[in-house]
Design a protein around this ligand. Sequence first.
Ligand code: SAM
Length: 274
Amino acid sequence: MSAIDNLPPLREVIEEHGLAAKKALGQNFLLDLNLTSRIARTAGNLQGYDVIEVGPGPGGLTRALLANGAERVIAVERDPRCLNALAQISDYYHGKLEVIEGDALEINWEKLLNRKAKVISNLPYNIGTPLLTGWLGTKDWPPFFDSLTLMFQKEVAERICALPEDKHYGRLGVLCGWRTHATKAFDVSREAFSPPPKVTSSIVHIEPKAEPLPCSIKALETITRAAFGQRRKMLRASLKSLGGEALLEKAMITPTKRAEEIDVESFVRLANAL
Ligand code: SAM
């Protein structure tokens, strides 16, 4: 019996189902259900939402989501070894957990939903950024999610939440700042995982802006890649191949500025001027 439900402790689940962690799948499992409950609570009230979880693994976070009031959890897991353990959770919670075996990068999320979603996940580190940029690039806005509560490596979390003049400010900070408000909720030490990863992790909570400035994510990615690819250079040099001074003039930006000195709105003007 565990702290939040009458299911077996996660160590037993892992042993019973032979879930030795696979590095290639980014498997670092959380075993402390008090910690996974804290992550679930960071997403706020779960009632009235479909909850999406990427990579439930043995189900530590999944159980916390259900114990904290989630009415429907849709969990996408790539590792078939986890399915039996997850089926036990689904039985215990009377089918409130639906598990899809597959690759989260291939999923059409909107099609799975009956109502707005909250996405809450301890992401596999190797697909965290592509998943996030995919969600940020969602065609319709406001998007299918009401919030994203996600675990990243701490350094990635800092890039997501960074503002101009911050040493972590770059492409990810601009993409997130364009369409969302992102805040770091708390750090999670390496020891909380089994096996421990190389670096500290952080939980980030992201909420969509109601009316972000219109812009193509492709153009914004092109501009930020060029601008931050040579972040110490002035923009007239780093953006030379995209139009240089003429482009900057069109977007009303001083050509001697550096990428880290200009705000998200300026990047949006540049992307629209492209
Ligand atoms: N949620 C669990 C926890 O907190 O203990 C496991 C988190 S572990 C960091 C990442 C999980 O994502 C693993 O269970 C792994 O098998 C799964 N995974 C890896 N790549 C995936 C993919 N492309 N699509 C779906 N799940 C994936």
